[in-house]
Write a protein that binds this ligand. Structure first.
Ligand SMILES: Cc1ncc(COP(=O)(O)O)c(C=O)c1O
Length: 481
C-alpha cells in the first residue's frame, strides 16, 4: 500500500518535472542544442530525488524532446535527420505566364496583424532590430544634417552610405567602389529596375524554382515570361539544366538568390557560383542576384556574392537592409555591373530618389560600427529560431514531412506528405489565427501544392509553439478531407 502510494506520488512528480522542462522548450527559454539543467540542479530546485528527475528526463528522451550525450548531460534535441524537401520533376520546359490572384496581397496585409501567428511573412520582428540605435541615428541626422535630410538626393544616392557599403562589400563582392553602387527603395525597387533595364515585354527570364513570389509577379507585370530552372533545397539552381536552357532558347536574364534563397534557404557552393558566373559571361546573359539574406549566415563568415566572381560586368547584385536593420526604412542598393548607368536612369524614372533621411541614418549607424555587433546577435537569434521552428515541425507534423535545413536567413521550406493541398491548409490555418505562405505562390505552374514556406523571423514563444501545433492539426484535417 505504502509502496504504491510512493509510486503514484513519484510518477506525479516526475511528470511535473517533465512538464516544466517541456514548458521551457515551448516558451523558447530552452532552444535546440541547449543544455537542460543538470539532474542535481533540478532535484534541488523542485525538491525531488535525482532518480525522479532522471525518470522525467528519460520520458522526455523517449518523446524525442531531449537527448543525453555521454559525459555531458542532457540537451534539447536538434531536428537532425529531417529529410530535405524533394522538388517535383520534371520541371516545365517552357516559359509561363504568372497568375496568383490576390493571395500575395492578403499575405502582405497580414504582416502587421497582431492576432495572427506570423509564420507566413518573411519579416524580422521589430524586437530583434536595433530600434534604439537607429532612433538615435535618426535624431542625430535631424539635428546635424536637417537640410540634407529634407532635400532630394538623386541617384546614385547618399555618398556617405555608398562609402560605407563599398567598405563592407569589398571582398564579399570583389573590389567595390562607391561609384558602382546605386541606392534604391529596398531590394524590391532594385529587382524591378534591373529587370526593366535588361529585358523587354515578351522576353524570357530564367528563375531558380521555387522562386520568391514578388520576382514572379514583377515578371508578370512587365509582360515577360518566367522559365523555371530546377533547384535543390540545399545547393540551389541546377547548373546543367540552366546550361541546357541557355543553349536552347534566348533568355534575357537569370534571377536567383545564391545565398539563403527564399523560400528554401538554399546556399550555392562557391564553386557553383563561380561556374554560374562563367556561364553567364559565355552566353552573354545578365545574372540578377538577390542577396537580401546574405548577411544572415549562421556561420561567422558570410558567403560571397556571385558578384565576387564577375570579370565581365554581367552580374547585377541587388540587396537591402530590410532583413537585418529596418524594412520600414526602405534602404536597398544595386551594383549594376555594365548595366549600372542604364539601371540608374531607370531608377530615376521610377521614383526620382530614395528617402534622404533613412539613407543618412543607416550611414551614421554603419559609421559608428554598430552594424557588426548587431549582426552577431541577430544571426544567433535567427539560427536559434530556425532550430526551434524545425524542432517543433519535427515533433508535431505528420510522419513523412520534409523540411529544408537552411544555414542562414530565417525561412524554411516544408513539404507535407501525400496529397495535402497547402492552399486549403493556408485558408483553414488563417481561420484559426495562423499565417503560412502556400507553395503554389513560388512557381508559375502550381507545382508546389504540397509545400509551404514557414518563417522564423519572430522570437520563439508559447504562441509560436501553439501555432505550429494548430498548423499540424490543420495539415492532418486537410489530409483527411
Ligand atoms: C528574396 C527577397 N528579395 C527581396 C525582398 C524585398 O526586400 P525589400 O523589403 O528590401 O524590398 C524580399 C522580402 O521579403 C525577399 O524575401
Amino acid at each position: 500500500m505504502t509502496e504504491s502510494k510512493t509510486v503514484t506520488k513519484d510518477s506525479f512528480l516526475y511528470e511535473q518535472v517533465a512538464d516544466q522542462v517541456g514548458a521551457l522548450v515551448s516558451s523558447g527559454a530552452l532552444g535546440p542544442g541547449d543544455r537542460v539543467p543538470s539532474l542535481r540542479a533540478m532535484s534541488r530546485k523542485y525538491k525531488v530525488s535525482i532518480a525522479t528527475v532522471m525518470q522525467a528526463y528519460m520520458q522526455l528522451e523517449n518523446k524525442g524532446l531531449i537527448e543525453s550525450r555521454p559525459q555531458s548531460g542532457f540537451f534539447v534535441r536538434e531536428a537532425r535527420g529531417l529529410p530535405q524537401p524533394v522538388h517535383p520533376s520534371p520541371a516545365p520546359r517552357r516559359p509561363h505566364r504568372v497568375q496568383f490572384g490576390n493571395t500575395v496581397e492578403t499575405i502582405f496585409a497580414l504582416a502587421n496583424q497582431q492576432d495572427i501567428v506570423p509564420l507566413g511573412v518573411a519579416n524580422p520582428a521589430a524586437s530583434l532590430l536595433p530600434v534604439r540605435g537607429l532612433s538615435s541615428a535618426l535624431r542625430s541626422v535631424v539635428s546635424k544634417h536637417a537640410d540634407e535630410a529634407v532635400s532630394y538626393n538623386f541617384p546614385p544616392g547618399v555618398l556617405s552610405l555608398r562609402r560605407q557599403l563599398a567598405l563592407r562589400l569589398t571582398g564579399i563582392a570583389g573590389e567595390v567602389d562607391p561609384e558602382q553602387i546605386l541606392i534604391t527603395n529596398g531590394a524590391t525597387e532594385g529587382l524591378m529596375v534591373a529587370l526593366q533595364t535588361v529585358a523587354r515585354p515578351g522576353d524570357v527570364i530564367a528563375v531558380a524554382t521555387p522562386s520568391y513570389f514578388s520576382v514572379l509577379q514583377m515578371i508578370e507585370r512587365l509582360g515577360m515570361l518566367a522559365l523555371e530552372i530546377p533547384s535543390r533545397a540545399d545547393t540551389g539552381i541546377c547548373l546543367e539544366s540552366l546550361n541546357m536552357q541557355l543553349r536552347k532558347r534566348k533568355v534575357s536574364a537569370v534571377v536567383l538568390s545564391a545565398n539563403f534563397s527564399n523560400p528554401t534557404g538554399a546556399l550555392m557552393p562557391e564553386e557553383n557560383k563561380r561556374e554560374l558566373v562563367r556561364m553567364m559571361a559565355d552566353f552573354d546573359v545578365p545574372l540578377i542576384e538577390d542577396d537580401v539574406f546574405g548577411d544572415l549566415s549562421f556561420e561567422s563568415d558570410r558567403p560571397r556574392m556571385c558578384k565576387a566572381y564577375d570579370k565581365t560586368g554581367s552580374v547585377i547584385t541587388v540587396s537591402s537592409y530590410s532583413k537585418t536593420l529596418a524594412p520600414g526604412f526602405r534602404v536597398g542598393w544595386v551594383m549594376g555591373g555594365r548595366y549600372h548607368r542604364a539601371i540608374m536612369q531607370q531608377k530615376q524614372l521610377n521614383s526620382s530618389a530614395t528617402s534622404s533621411l533613412t539613407q543618412l541614418a543607416v550611414a551614421a549607424f554603419l559609421e559608428e560600427g554598430y552594424y557588426d555587433r548587431h549582426l552577431i546577435t541577430l544571426r544567433r537569434a535567427y539560427r536559434r529560431q530556425v532550430g526551434q521552428l524545425r524542432s517543433a515541425i519535427a515533433s508535431s507534423f505528420p510522419q513523412g514531412t520534409r523540411v529544408s535545413d537552411p544555414q542562414g536567413g530565417f525561412v524554411t521550406w516544408v513539404q507535407v506528405p501525400g496529397n495535402i493541398d497547402t492552399q486549403s491548409v493556408y485558408q483553414l490555418a488563417l481561420k484559426r489565427g495562423v499565417s503560412i505562405t502556400p507553395g503554389f505562390l513560388f512557381s508559375t505552374t502550381g507545382k508546389y501544392q504540397q509545400f509551404m514556406r514557414l518563417c522564423a523571423g519572430h522570437p520563439w514563444d508559447e504562441r509560436m509553439s501553439q501555432g505550429i501545433v494548430t498548423l499540424a492539426d490543420v495539415v492532418r484535417e486537410v489530409g483527411e478531407q
